[in-house]
Design a protein around this ligand. Structure first.
Ligand code: GRF
Length: 222
């Protein structure tokens, strides 16, 4: 039988569990890695909803198989209506407990630029993964950019989302050596392996409140 003290403690822990929303557009391999790591390594966060802006996103089926609620909010017709579209996303996030007070939003291959409205509302609660060592090679085709520029090292970065393109404070990076014979495909493949490691790591740090921001610098607490 539970003592009162233990019961109160358990209730408090339950209440403070944050809710995670993941936004995808396609393959969803980073989403998969985050969801599986949450389960396996017991990251204290609840995967509440996966939202895709594309009906054919493969990640939707993967999330369903992993028992996570999914939703399609098709972005067709919303090309120049960024805030309007984002408000629909925010509405669903909130309905599922991913709030600006108690939520974390992970962009995982979400191929839409999100609006300043969304970013302000979820200040320092939106993460993204980028397949390069930022601030080098932001934007599209980062792996190709690294090869074309003759970089000897590239990698990946998990960062907070701010109003610029891939310009928010850096949380974790992982380095990958660029080989002489690398193509965009071979380099992307090796970078992806590292992405699958550092994105769940960043979610874990956030969930355990181990991240402190000081200006643009992110301090990881022990
Ligand atoms: C990854 O390379 C990620 O770095 C970039 O988009 C890709 C998404 O892949 N932002 P996936 O959908 O997670 O498999």
């Amino acid at each position: 039988m539970l003592t009162n003290k233990y019961f109160i403690l358990m209730t408090c822990q339950k209440q403070s569990l944050q809710n995670l929303g993941i936004l995808i557009s396609g393959r969803g391999s980073n989403m998969e890695s985050i969801l599986k790591t949450i389960k396996k390594q017991k990251i204290p966060i609840k995967p509440s909803i996966v939202i895709s802006n594309k009906a054919n996103a493969k990640g939707l089926k993967i999330a369903q198989k992993l028992g996570v609620k999914t939703l399609l909010i098709d972005s067709k017709g919303y090309k120049n209506k960024r805030v309007e579209y984002d408000k629909r996303i925010i509405h669903e996030l909130e309905k599922n407990g991913v709030t600006s007070k108690n939520g974390l939003v992970c962009l995982a291959g979400f191929m839409r630029v999100i609006s300043p409205y969304f970013i302000k509302k979820y200040k320092n609660r939106i993460l993204n993964i980028h397949p390069a060592l930022l601030p080098s090679y932001p934007g599209l085709n980062a792996q190709e950019q690294a090869i074309q520029n003759g970089a000897k090292f590239s990698g990946c970065t998990v960062h907070f989302v701010d109003e610029g393109v891939d310009s928010g404070p850096i949380i974790i990076q992982s380095v990958v050596k660029v080989r002489n014979n690398d193509t965009e495909q071979t380099l992307s493949k090796r970078i992806l392996v590292k992405e699958h490691k550092i994105y769940p790591e960043a979610v874990n740090l956030f969930a355990r409140k181990k991240i402190r921001l000081s200006g643009r610098r992110v301090m990881i607490l022990d």
